[in-house]
Design a binder for this molecule. Structure first.
Ligand SMILES: Cc1ncc(COP(=O)(O)O)c(C=O)c1O
Length: 409
């Protein structure tokens, strides 16, 4: 009997162990998406709702891009492509670097991916061994730290300061690197959520420190094309080994097509290709056809960008009226990152403030905690990627609500 019971107990133990879920790689949810869900619920109930929470263009994908796929759709053969993407798209992306930045990029170094999101995973898997440390400026795009964690790497978040323009300095990075070596740093310029565009000299200083310290420079350039002030600069100008990540999601208004790209040093291409073959096979082929056409949709896209520029001016006015400037003006992307301490009631969090704002006005914005779990409470991120009508109505309503809150009405 004892042998039988022992066997059963061992079997149960084994089964229970099989059901164990890895704890170390658990990641946080994305608060912006939680706010979106609440705003959608309100909208479905027929109440006026203003979406300033999600970072996606309010405008549809350009008509010419949608037209470009009609022949492929009619043909119906929508199959796999090579893992790195179609030759035509890789060549067109390479040409974009010559046109935009005067950089000569061999199309063989271009890898087309499922949004920029897949590029991050590929880059980390290519460059890192388990447990490696990745430096991430804070505040920053929340998925960075979550992808890093999910891959069994260690995010090293480095606090940025509005007084120094929300820019990561080599000195701040060196402090952490000297402690325990950092494998790579991931920089987004323009930045989400601050909208900061790093001046070329700041990129040059950081990139040259990285080169000398043996740290990979990964540059998220997803908000390129959306610079309103300051100079847009590709990190390849200062480091030929920089890993450039970009996407059709933002400037090109193609979030749902899940299509992006990366530029790699030649020696990493074969490894990236093998990883992509196994992890993703390829990026969606229909989206690759659409992406090719996106480079010729400049007129439509520049009109949309002019709308963002007007939205930005309107919200800078709100910022001024309510005294919400928390650093340099956002020169790029389509976000404002506002310190809202003056609007918080005693003990209230940014999450609660965003809840109240949505319930009382229908305006959805994102709590700063998403972008900075340590100091983000007291900040909110406002996206101005919506239509001019939406942003202007929301700005009026927000000003009124904020003044009432701080007893200025
Ligand atoms: C800074 C930044 N990088 C990357 C992404 C991911 O974009 P996608 O995977 O659609 O290219 C986002 C999306 O909001 C972002 O803000």
């Amino acid at each position: 009997m004892a042998a039988m019971e022992k066997h059963t107990a061992a079997k149960h133990h084994h089964l229970a162990a099989m059901r164990h879920i890895a704890q170390a790689r658990k990641v946080d949810s994305f608060l912006a998406m939680d706010v979106l869900a609440a705003a959608n619920q309100r909208e479905a109930a027929g109440e006026a709702t203003y979406h300033l929470e999600v970072g996606q263009p309010g405008a549809p994908t350009p008509q010419s891009v949608r037209d470009a796929i009609s022949a492929t759709l009619a043909d119906g053969r929508i199959g796999y492509t090579e893992a790195a993407g179609t030759k035509a798209l890789r060549q067109r992306i390479a040409r974009h670097y010559a046109d935009q930045y005067g950089q000569s990029v061999d199309p063989a170094r271009v890898m087309v991916t499922t949004g920029s999101s897949a590029s991050f995973s590929l880059a980390f898997l290519l460059l890192c061994d388990p447990g490696d440390r990745i430096a991430l400026p804070r505040p920053g795009y929340p998925a960075y730290r979550n992808i890093v964690r999910a891959l069994g790497l260690e995010p090293v978040e480095i606090d940025l300061d509005p007084d120094s323009g929300w820019v990561l300095t080599p000195e701040a990075l060196a402090k952490h690197h000297d402690d325990v070596p950092i494998r790579a740093v991931l920089i987004a310029s323009p930045n989400n959520p601050t909208g900061t565009v790093m001046p070329p000299q700041a990129i040059e200083k950081l990139a040259s420190y990285c080169k000398q310290a043996g740290i990979w420079y990964i540059s998220d350039e997803i908000y390129h094309g959306l610079v309103f002030d300051g100079e847009q600069c590709c990190a390849l100008s200062f480091d030929e080994d920089a890993i450039i990540i970009n996407s059709f999601s933002k400037y090109y208004c193609m979030t749902g097509w899940r299509i992006g790209w990366m530029i790699l040093p030649e020696r990493l291409v074969r490894g990236a290709e093998a990883l992509a073959q196994n992890l993703f096979i390829c990026a969606p082929s229909l989206s690759q056809t659409a992406a090719l056409a996106a480079f010729d949709a400049t007129d439509e896209l520049e009109t949309i960008k002019a709308g963002y520029a007007a939205n930005r001016q309107r919200l800078l006015q709100t910022q001024e009226v309510l005294g919400l400037a928390g650093g340099p003006p956002p020169d790029g992307a389509f976000y404002m990152y506002w310190p809202v301490q003056t609007l918080l009631r005693p003990g209230e969090t940014s999450v609660a403030l965003c809840d109240s704002l949505l319930a009382e006005t229908g305006i959805a914005i994102t709590p700063g905690n998403d972008f900075d779990p340590v100091h983000g409470d007291g900040f909110v991120r406002v996206s101005f990627a919506g239509s001019q009508e939406t942003i202007s109505e929301a700005a009026d309503l927000f000003e009124h609500w904020a003044k009432r809150r701080s007893n200025r009405l």
